[in-house]
Design a protein around this ligand. Sequence first.
Ligand code: NAD
Ligand code: GLY
Length: 359
Amino acid sequence: MQSLHVELGDRRYPIFIGSDLDSQQLLAPYIHGRQVMVVSNTTVAPLYLQHFLQALQGLDKVVATCILPDGEQYKNIEHLHLIFDALLGAGFNRDCTVLALGGGVIGDMAGFAAACFQRGVYFVQVPTTLLSQVDSSVGGKTGINHPLGKNMIGAFQQPQVVLADMAHLKTLPKRELSAGLAEIIKYALLCDADFLVWLEQHMDQLVAGNLDLLAEAVYRSCAHKARIVANDEKEQGERALLNLGHTFGHAIESYLGYGVWLHGEAVATGMVMAADLSQQMGWISLQDVQRVKNIIQRAELPIHCPLIPLDEFLAFMAHDKKVLNGQLRLVLLKQLGQAIITRDFNVEAMHQAIRLNQK
Ligand code: NAD
Ligand code: GLY
């Protein structure tokens, strides 16, 4: 097992990464009250809930469960209420813990419920997808979607602990594994050129589900995320770099309808658009863009999105949280392994980058 910490002063917390982790022993110091609400979904619960309930019973906790339907289309206010219903129905109080057992959808919803319930209760993340292990479980962003924009309603709520168990990835569908690889590639492109070389060397084994290599990729990704979050918890600066590919990607996801394309798939094509625009700005070369496309394709991710009318694409981009004072800011690449956030780009070139990567 490997571990690292998100250094947030008295809210510092560990991320444990390994296979077949001893959840009872690892969770014990981080569940403070007696009441634990395990939030999961109809896919993950049949696979892993029983094991978790046993671990928690060993800790002498009062445990209740809230099992949500599975899917991004349920990451909304109606289904958030089901968690509040469960918490209130079970008579839980202010020192309870909400434990997310699932992918990013469950983590985001359970975390937001923890942020809101009685103005904030303890929160624990047990991410079960690759994407949630490398990204959404770390850093405390939680929330739900609105029909007019993704992740538009939410709060920062840091967990007490993150348990990333590689064994959970054995049951993860291949398409979901690839979606997680998109966020891993993101870290390499935005701040770690050596990691990009490592990914180029190992991509075939990663796609094949080699758990040792996946653990290494999760560790390296979480180390980057932990450092960036510790520097800029509330996204006043550096943390926005983690949104490489996301402004384009959110437009693709929102236009197609939540759940049609996976978040990681949309981010993958969004990173290609960002790379194309960076090339048009003269910052990276055509060969660099090809390298970005190659690693994304080797991760079995899309480099084109379906045709979306430009005005609608732009309208969804305008809802992005990085829009400041009505001005769109984008994360672009100064070079592979060095991203910047900027409003200083050529708008025509951005339109071209969008058009080029649709078919
Ligand atoms: P997800 O939560 O929808 O999970 C993907 C699918 O895999 C679901 O069908 C789920 O039930 C299933 N699943 C989960 N674990 C499994 C397992 N071990 N075995 C088999 N099936 C399993 O999607 P995701 O990719 O994990 O997360 C995407 C969500 O995360 C999006 O809503 C996105 O906005 C959010 N996100 C949040 C942050 C953040 O910082 N909070 C960062 C990135 C993404
Ligand atoms: N996924 C982007 C962030 O956590 O800031």
